[in-house]
Structure formats: structure tokens, C-alpha cells
Design a protein around this ligand. Structure first.
Ligand code: CO
Length: 149
């Protein structure tokens, strides 16, 4: 009996670690059809840091079907996307824009990936945040909610 309890506790702690790791370290995919595979990313406020890895699972090059992952407050998302479009190629993002909470470096094309690590200390639990791709026109379809709980 004691052995079974020990095994259950061990299994429980492994599961706990796995869910923690997934929560603070997440992967999102972009494709050749102007789509992210997630419309929401939820992270725990207990994460010291969050790492988002963007994988471009399409085949088109970055100058045609570039993707990045940019996080702002929801109220800033359209203005930052417009400013990024005006900023122009190849990045389509003014990385000095202080409204940007985090962004993967540069635009990636098919088969590439990029990551960004940032901390949540300046963000609000339950706040309204949106992630998007800043390639011209993509933000309309390629966006989602970033939820801290
Ligand atoms: Co894109």
C-alpha cells in the first residue's frame, strides 16, 4: 500500500512539472494560409519567464509569407500593426516602439522558427493582451488573445 502511494505521488509531481513547463514555454505555428494554429495562449502568472516559439510550418519565403509573433495590449495592437507596416521590410516592425511587450526577432519563412522570452512582471493578471503577426495585412487574420491567469 505504501508503495502505491509513493508511485502516485511521484506520478503527480511529474504531471505537475510537465504542465508547468508547457504553460511557461509554448509553441505556436504559422502556415502559408495566413493562419496561426492558436487563437489563444494562456500562461500562468506563476511563470517567472515565458518563452514563445513560433514555427513557420509553410513553405513560402519570408518576403512573401513572413510571420512573426508580436505581443501588445489589445488597445495597442492595431496601431502597432499599422506602424509596423509603415516601417517596412524586412521586419515590418519598429522594435523601438515601447508599446511592444515582446516580439520574435525578424520575419521568418517556411521551415524556420524564432523565439522570444520575456517576463510577466509588468503585465496584469486578467489584462487584455493580443498577439499578432505584423507582416502587412496579416494582423487581420493572424491574431489571438494572450491570457495571464
Ligand atoms: Co505573417
Amino acid at each position: 500500500m505504501r508503495k502505491i502511494f509513493a508511485i502516485l505521488i511521484l506520478a503527480g509531481s511529474f504531471l505537475g512539472q510537465n504542465s508547468w513547463a508547457q504553460d511557461c514555454n509554448q509553441v505556436i505555428e504559422g502556415n502559408d494560409l495566413l493562419q496561426f494554429n492558436l487563437s489563444e495562449i494562456t500562461v500562468s502568472s506563476s511563470c517567472e519567464e515565458v518563452t514563445i516559439t513560433l514555427k513557420h510550418v509553410g513553405a513560402l519565403p519570408a518576403n512573401v509569407m513572413g510571420h512573426n509573433w508580436v505581443l501588445t495590449k489589445t488597445t495597442d495592437y492595431m496601431p502597432v500593426a499599422s506602424a509596423g507596416q509603415a516601417f517596412g521590410p524586412p521586419g515590418y516592425l519598429d522594435t523601438s516602439d515601447e508599446r511592444i511587450i515582446g516580439a520574435t526577432p525578424g520575419m521568418i519563412g517556411g521551415g524556420e522558427e524564432a523565439s522570444i522570452t520575456f517576463n510577466l512582471t509588468s503585465l496584469e493578471v486578467g489584462g487584455d493582451y493580443t498577439f499578432f503577426c505584423s507582416f502587412p495585412g496579416h494582423y487581420v487574420l493572424m491574431n489571438g488573445k494572450f491570457i495571464i491567469q
